[in-house]
Design a binder for this molecule. Structure first.
Ligand code: NAD
Length: 335
């Protein structure tokens, strides 16, 4: 579907990422029609109006005011992480469809409860897990599905970028959620257990840490060595990371430093490297996520990461946070 009629939306969260959504992503989908903008902070509202030229009469302090004034049927929410759960509850209870930024929640029970609330009310509820919409993703998934490297023996994932937003945050919450979700998506397997050694102590979700070393176990005996790093001199990986998937018949690589997310190749047992063609996607990352959400609201298809599915990625984040706190290998909750 190309979107031939407009969907009336509100956007909740007008900080740096919300401004980026408004100026770079929304203009690409003219049928995603935002009629109200919401932020709890007066300073953020003022800065947003200055940055985007939004009509101040369309900018609100609360979700309720915005929904009532605009009659919007759906919300996109690039809102502060600490507000995700409360905002999700508010929007869904008000009967509006929701596209929420990652991480959906910090524990699987809350994620499930909110996904159930949306299901009970017949609402579309998607999570912006936008790394799924990189052009390499469907290619790598397809190669793995058809067993291109044979029985998988070893997997490593490295992410390294000097990025202030990540360095000054809890990198597990900000970033690892993307990689946990990609692990599930690429291999089509669920998390079993996670052992996480953060760079600095993480006793609660409020503690920051610039990175971590993790061992991630998936169903079927797949173990991933995963390094998440925002310090030290090294070449920048692309945002989805550099993946090496080694099997009996070959080595599949996806991503290369510096910053090449389209590099995919297979190396055979004799060392011959075959590059794999990676076509562009019609809509890249967030624009693709938003397209699928708008279409789902209009009754066609499903969001790229339905909340009910994403709850299983949240379960992996929860296990990583527990392991970071306790120092123990931690089972991923399953249901
Ligand atoms: N998908 C990605 O690749 C990606 C990249 C960057 C950021 N993000 C996500 O985007 C979101 C926003 O990021 P940011 O850096 O702009 O965050 P931020 O912490 O600056 O917060 C954004 C805004 O939320 C507002 N806010 C807080 N509580 C609110 C509430 N209850 N109601 C309304 N507004 C409220 C704040 O006033 C702030 O202006 C986060 O969830 C972050 O994880 C995603």
């Amino acid at each position: 579907m190309t979107g031939d009629h407009r969907t009336n939306l509100i956007q909740i969260g007008l900080g740096p990422w919300g401004t980026d959504w408004a100026t770079k992503i929304l203009p690409r989908l003219p049928d995603a029609h935002v009629t109200g903008w919401v932020d709890a902070s007066p300073d953020a509202r003022t800065a947003f109006v200055a940055a985007t030229g939004a009509d101040p009469g369309t900018v609100f302090a609360t979700v309720e005011e915005a929904l009532e004034a605009t009659g919007a049927v759906a919300a996109i929410a690039p809102v502060a992480i600490g507000a995700h759960v409360a905002v999700a509850r508010q929007v869904l209870q008000a009967g509006a469809h929701l596209l929420l930024e990652k991480p959906f929640a910090l524990d699987a029970a809350t994620a499930r409860e909110l996904a159930d609330l949306a299901a009970e009310r017949g609402l579309v509820f998607g999570i912006d897990q936008n790394y799924r919409i990189f052009p390499g993703v469907p290619i790598v998934r397809e190669l793995l599905e058809r067993g291109a490297v044979g029985t998988i023996r070893r997997v490593s994932l490295e992410w390294h970028r000097i990025h202030q937003g990540v360095r000054d945050s809890n990198a597990l919450i900000e970033l690892a959620i993307h990689h946990f979700d990609l692990m599930r998506h690429l291999f089509g397997r669920e998390g079993v257990a996670i052992t996480c050694v953060p760079v600095t102590p993480v006793r609660s979700a409020q503690d920051r840490t610039p990175g971590a070393s993790l061992i991630v176990e998936l169903d079927g005996g797949i173990t991933i060595d995963y390094v998440l790093s925002s310090q030290g001199v090294d070449a920048q990986t692309p945002w989805p990371g550099v993946w090496r998937i080694s099997g009996d018949d070959g080595l599949l690589r996806w991503g290369a430093a510096p910053d090449d997310h389209r590099a995919v190749s297979i190396t055979d047992g004799d060392g011959n490297v075959t590059p794999v063609e990676v076509p562009e996607l019609p809509l890249f990352e967030r624009a693709g996520v938003l397209r699928a959400f708008i279409d789902a609201v209009a009754g066609t298809g499903a969001p790229t990461s339905p909340a009910a599915d994403n709850a299983r990625s949240v379960a992996m984040l929860e296990a990583a946070l527990t392991s970071a706190r306790t120092g123990e290998r931690t089972r991923v909750e399953r249901w």
